[in-house]
Write a protein that binds this ligand. Structure first.
Ligand code: ACO
Length: 362
């Protein structure tokens, strides 16, 4: 069985934040940001917008282009690291789209590589049988996790959502030619937003252990009022604050992430191209995760893809994490740049570390 891309869509928040706007809150300049990254503007979620509302808008646009009814979806994959609900936002999107058959919907967390991973997952479901229409959404709102006083990171990120519909087809029409996926937990320290509870709970866990060890030792249980006293009416333990999870703001060693991307992404694309029986010079478009124009240019040079065949909209949206590839694809398709039958080498890379490529036909 084959699979092909039959529709794409995207959505961005209305608030636009320029480099000059950022220069008013951190010590930076439009020139520094533009020269080092290629970014000039980004969009930021405010007011009634949420990750879910953006993702739903992108998904509706993709379904409309694909002429696929939400009722005909067999699977909804939301690729995100910033869900509105810790347990996942995909089911909320499925509900908002009005999918009456209750198709499976779940989140995939793989940072800026999430969309490529979602695309390959969709293809695997379709090729395995029983799934005909899969909606893959890449959406992130990293503005919620940025330290707006850290000029090293706050200038980079923006919020957005993008989506594609992947459909089953005959094997001769197959539109996924090759892929390559990797992760390396050793590089996690280079870009992360880790749980703060680890620190809080060091002392917190001691208290919990004490309570339950005492219980076991006395072979007794706390009476209701003693438990209330120990746990506190709001769930706190012996005066410690209630157990709540929160994450540190994004911490990044930009230089190391840059080096990793320039080293691993071309290797990954070359490996996927090889599986597809193609070379850099035989693809129509190179579509990388939009993180830094210097990374995009370095990878294109290494693969010998000329600048006119490289898709980039980084200047307008910054790094939108899992959304960046479908967002750039949607703009390129709707502007007529990417046309039916074109071959695209897409690659994502980012936190985890994770990275991966897919060679697809539009
Ligand atoms: N404005 C002005 N100066 C700045 C800024 C800023 N916004 N940020 C840093 N600087 C300063 C630094 O303090 C440093 O000053 P110093 O030399 O006096 O110490 C100088 O500029 C150079 O800093 P570097 O960090 O070395 O700058 P670099 O050229 O490496 O650019 C950047 C930094 C843009 C972050 C780059 O490293 C990069 O893009 N890395 C890749 C990031 C990436 O792709 N992330 C994707 C993964 S994100 C995810 O997965 C969630």
């Amino acid at each position: 069985k084959g699979c092909k891309l039959v529709g794409c869509g995207s959505a961005v928040p209305t608030l636009q934040v320029s480099n000059d706007d950022l220069a008013k809150i951190v010590d930076t300049s439009d020139e520094w940001i533009a020269v080092r990254t290629g970014i000039r503007n980004r969009r930021v979620i405010t007011g009634k917008d949420s990750l879910t509302t953006l993702a739903v808008e992108a998904a509706k646009n993709a379904l409309q282009m694909a002429e696929v009814d939400p009722d005909d979806l067999d699977l909804v994959l939301l690729c995100t690291s910033t869900p509105d609900d810790l347990f996942g936002s995909a089911p909320q999107i499925q509900r908002a789209l009005g999918c009456k058959r209750n198709p499976l919907a779940y989140d995939i967390t793989a940072a800026c590589s999430g969309f490529v991973l979602g695309l390959i997952s969709a293809a695997c479901y379709i090729r395995g049988g029983g799934f005909n229409n899969v909606l893959v959404i890449g959406a992130d709102a990293l503005s919620r996790h940025v330290d707006w006083t850290d000029r090293g990171t706050c200038i980079l990120f923006g919020d957005a959502a993008g989506a594609v519909v992947v459909q089953a087809c005959d094997s001769e029409d197959d539109g996924l030619f090759g892929f390559d996926l990797h992760s390396d937990g050793d590089g996690q320290r280079f870009v992360l937003s880790s749980s703060l509870e680890n620190k809080l709970c060091a002392s917190f866990s001691v208290e919990i252990e004490l309570i339950f060890t005492q219980c076991r030792h006395l072979n007794a249980s706390f009476k209701e009022n003693e438990v209330d006293h120990a746990l506190g009416s709001n769930g706190s333990v012996l005066g410690f604050p209630p157990r709540r999870s929160s994450y540190s703001c994004i911490q990044m060693n930009g230089t190391e992430v840059f080096r990793f991307a320039v080293r691993c992404v071309p290797q990954s694309i070359e490996s996927a191209l090889k599986k597809a029986g193609l070379t850099g010079s035989s693809i129509d478009w190179l579509l990388l995760h939009q993180a830094n124009q210097r990374i995009i240019d370095a990878v294109a040079t290494r693969l010998e893809v000329p600048p006119e065949r490289v898709i980039s909209n980084l200047a307008n949206y910054g790094n939108t994490s899992a959304a960046s590839i479908p967002l750039a694809l949607d703009e390129a398709v709707r502007s007529g740049k990417v046309q039916s039958g074109h071959t695209i080498a897409a690659a994502g890379f980012g936190a985890g570390l994770t990275w991966g490529s897919a060679i697809v036909r539009w």
